[in-house]
Design a binder for this molecule. Sequence first.
Ligand code: URA
Length: 434
Amino acid sequence: MNIIDIIEKKRDKKTLTKEEINYFIENYTNGKIADYQASALLMAIFLNGMDDEETTNLALAMAKSGEILDLSKINGIIVDKHSTGGVGDKVSLILLPLVASCGVPVAKMSGRGLGFTGGTVDKLESIPGYNTKIDMNTFMQNVEKIGISMISQTLNLAPADKKIYALRDSISCVESIPLIASSIMSKKIASGADKIVLDVTVGSGAFMKTKEKARKLAKQMIEIGKLANRETVCVLTNMDEPLGYAVGNSLEVIEAIEFLNGNIIEDVKEVVLELGANMLKLAGIGEDIEQNKELLMKNIKNGKAFEKFKELVQMQGGDITYLEDVEKFQKAKYIEYVYSEEKGYIRKIDAKEIGKIVCELGAGRIEKEDEIDYSVGLILRKKVSDKVAKGEEIAYIYANDTEKLGIAKQKLLKNIKISEEKVEKPKIVLGKEQ
Ligand code: URA
């Protein structure tokens, strides 16, 4: 067997066998297959697709490329959560301490930003001192001690995904159902959770642009979950406009802290409660989704969720004085308003373009090795359907460079569309697959 034959087969739209997929994953992970050959194969998969069996084989091969975590020592049903990616998506920062505060153990391995989307690890690292790279024993001990740990993909879990994920990002091969399904499910299987809740985002700021494609991705991941004996539930959520108001690492952490302190934002709340209620159900806390939502709201209002977030940050070396006083987060040098040039109702805030603007300000990586600037980003002052007057503020931009600030302002105005007619509030939770 050799990689050239495998590339040729996929290039010619043929089906890869389990052995061929295993050969690729094993030899790419151990460095025997070069990046340029892996790139060619990934592009062929991107263009020609994979059937269900190939995708499952790919996910399982990637899961087995490293260790499979054994979390059986931890009491309780471990329910993991993952999102297919979004803009302004600070859900994990809120949801995971929240469900942990309800007694569900959380052992979470998160990702960094990918393409125009943000990543939870980058956001957590914007809290000074927070260490996402702890070893496996400490990770497990933290879950046992305080019921939650959130780390990056540093453990030797699904190393094939780590390499492939970074490569896909640099060759524009992200938005592919088999590649996303295998990437996510390989990590979830390797990280040892008993059950899985997935946030499958749909719209401009998501990798799946339509509900049909999102549903297909969801079904594919549920199938992989079944074969790996991991019950999986997918919630489809709207990602046409950014989630919440803040986009950018520390700005999103601040929004999450404020949310946990009772400053509830409607669209974030809907996603958090829907995912959380399903996590509680899978964990055996309660069968009734609406009652589970009430329990979650109670733990936000009584401060238990915020306390759990503080415990998590402290346990991982973070400075919790930043959580107690968000003014301590380093501010960008320039904070400027953007004013509306028209009056009417906000019709569209293009999440993908907003993600790109924030990435170009320095909040994300254009090259794999780029350093992140945690302080930059933007805060929207309006959401889709809101009324706006001419000259009214529609956003603040946080920048550390005047040239980038100017470009961001222009692009932002182009990507917020206003109409004269009233606009309906978009639906946030779009469906569920299980
Ligand atoms: N999130 C992942 O973990 N992998 C992808 O491919 C896309 C989003």
